[in-house]
Design a binder for this molecule. Structure first.
Ligand code: PDD
Length: 289
């Protein structure tokens, strides 16, 4: 995609430049968001921005994301994505450039703000119907996974391990508990109840997770927010991941063991259908941003 946003300007990607002193580059000192747009209309934009605001406050980066609404709109327009069925906008804010030193610079630098847009393709229905396989990975991330920090090395290592195991998803496991995916939240259906990890500091509070929980409520599905022990998965009826780039994604195997009957389950299917319809309805009713 040709045009990106950097520090107040829309510039060709090839000419965008960030300082080698940027604390994002040196320390991964920043936060990010990935917000989906359907036919040029953003889904739950304000929730993504609220999460970013909270992350910025937790990291004490003095940046007001209010101008980002306009940036998101303009990036879609500048890259001819306003009519694209699905696109995503990535935005990251770092503390800015300063001589290297672990503590915050005495004079706060100007935060670096970078954003780009790209088209997104939903999984082919054939792949969805086959279901997806996950590999478990020990969760050795920091204790503030609720902050959407750009420090994603453990997530990258987890995904690489999953790919090398022939899987499409990585499932972080800590103290015997299935926590979340490397870039998505995790759910299981156990004795007919939809179970997912509570929104603590151990997981990212996914916007898709929250929406799927609303859909469970609308569909009258029983829900429990509690840790899921890995052994419970071997008796689970169904399992799935949720996320901006995962939608509702059926998991039919974990570490080579079959989940349920090895096919996407009926609750996963109902939730995916409700998700697709619900998103369409909500964006049609919502203002552009
Ligand atoms: N990832 N958990 C983690 C660790 C994530 O990185 C993400 C999102 C989610 C799902 O959140 P949401 O439903 O708000 O997208 C859960 C983004 C998409 C990424 O890193 O590209």
């Amino acid at each position: 995609m040709r045009t990106v946003y950097l520090n107040g300007e829309f510039v060709p990607r090839a000419s965008a430049r960030v300082s080698v002193d940027d604390r994002g580059f040196l320390f991964a000192d920043g936060v990010y968001e990935v917000t989906p747009a359907y036919g040029g209309r953003f889904f739950r934009f304000e929730r993504h921005m609220a999460r970013m605001r909270r992350g910025l406050a937790e990291l004490r980066i003095d940046y007001d994301p209010a101008p980002l609404a306009d940036v998101h709109e303009r990036l879609l327009a500048a890259n001819a994505l306003a009519d694209e069925p699905i696109s995503v906008v990535y935005v990251q804010v770092t503390r800015g450039a300063a001589p290297r030193g672990h503590a915050f610079p005495a004079t706060p630098p100007r935060p670096t703000v970078y954003a780009f847009a790209k088209p997104f393709k939903r999984e082919e229905s054939e792949a969805w119907e086959q279901g997806y396989h996950a590999a478990t990975v020990p969760d050795r991330r920091w204790a503030r996974c609720d902050i959407k920090a750009i420090a994603l090395l453990p997530n990258c290592l987890a995904m690489q391990a999953a790919v090398e195991a022939g899987c499409t998803d990585a499932l972080f496991v800590k103290d015997g508990v299935a926590i979340e995916g490397a870039h998505n939240n995790f759910f299981a259906v156990i004795h007919g109840t939809v179970v997912t990890h509570p929104a603590t500091q151990h997981i990212l509070h996914g916007i898709t997770r929250e929406y799927v929980l609303e859909l469970c409520h609308d569909l009258g599905l029983p829900v429990e927010l509690r840790p899921i022990r890995l052994e419970e998965l071997w008796q689970a009826d169904e399992a799935f991941f949720t996320g901006t780039t995962s939608d509702v994604r059926p998991t039919v195997g974990v570490d080579g063991r079959t989940i349920g009957d090895g096919k996407p389950g009926p609750i996963t299917r109902r939730l995916m259908e409700a998700f697709v319809k619900g998103v369409e309805r909500e964006v049609a009713a919502a203002p552009l941003v």
